[in-house]
Design a protein around this ligand. Sequence first.
Ligand code: XLS
Ligand code: NI
Ligand code: NI
Length: 444
Amino acid sequence: MTHSYFTGDREYFPGIGKIAFEGRESDNPLAFKFYDAGKVVAGKTMAEHLRFAVCYWHTFCAKGADPFGVDTQMFPWDEPVEEMRAARSRMDAAFEFFTKLGAPYYCFHDRDMAPEGENVAESERNLAAMVALARERQDATGMKLLWGTANLFGHPRYMNGAATNPDFAVVTHAAAQVKAALEATVELGGENYVFWGGREGYAALINTDTRREMDHLARFLHAARDYGRSIGFQGTFLIEPKPMEPSKHQYDFDAQTVIGFLRHYDLADDFKVNVEANHATLAGHSFAHELQMCTDAGLLGSIDANRGDPQNGWDTDQFATDLYDAIQAMLVLLADGGFGSGGLNFDAKVRRESVDLEDIFIGHIGAMDTFARALEVAHALRERSGIVERKQARYASFDSGDGARFARGELDLSALRDLALDSGEPETLSGKQEWYENVINQYL
Ligand code: XLS
Ligand code: NI
Ligand code: NI
């Protein structure tokens, strides 16, 4: 297979070649300092551990607009031409970018790739045409699809929800989009399929029948699951939690809410969770907390590895640069044995003020370096610092004797009371939090 850097008629990033690993002494902003794709850590290469994916929407569709101002980033693939022609240019630029960056995967929404048509049938045709081109580009470059999804939040028809809309007619349109997006995902060999429910929630409790809406959401997901399996999708379905924004309240609030929902509605055999770092903080949790809740439940699917800004609450979708945070995330991931079908999708955009074409390379390079370094530090911490053993040792009293009998469910409340009477007042045992925290800094 030939792996060319650009496959269309035009080079969109002239002057930028394949991004190379140059090591931490390099001062080339367009080189990796830590991400060395082929380097082996804990028995797998960095590329195999991290499974990086570029997202189509932030990198090729968003242009810097915010609620107070228009686009600031005018890139060459955005020239004002007929919509399907623009979609093709965008795809050429995207595949050139993916291969120059050296991330093995990408992710997309149906509407990132192809414009919405006048009706369902035209939208399907537009998407199918772009998927055919994406298939060619994947074959030419070796790029793979981490996940596909449908944009069920942008169009005005979804303002009151998609699968949870109080109007059944809207639910059918959401279904049409998901059907086509599932077909696209299968055609492109996607390893996962994501549901992020930005409008699956409410603006006001007083006009919303939350119970019916959640039942409808579950029905919708069952139908999508059944259709996906019927057309040969063998990957993982993922739900991406987020507590709010754009809805005032979203039903997929956080990892534990989603896990409870999946179990309640009998979806946990097919669905897992796609944890986004910035959504974790929006829910009042840390990134690592959300990952931990998922791995505890055996339901960690994939990661949107961005970050927020500590000074404001919203979803700023910045590229990950916080090493301390990334290490804590990698500790959870490594303890779980790493990714199955999931990966690290950046789901991040450069700032509105970052208007140079090279900035999108620099943003991705920084995030890849952050997670590469976090992987190495987390692995060293697990191997050598003693944190794994010390955490385990805290629970040693449940490993044998009465503690183990309790854990197996063999002791009732009265038996426990009698043991308390016999053993007298327990020793106070230090949690050693400062030691754990210091040891992370030491390895960093
Ligand atoms: C928005 C979400 C979105 C999903 C895909 O906050 O992060 O980008 O990842 O629909
Ligand atoms: Ni996301
Ligand atoms: Ni987000």
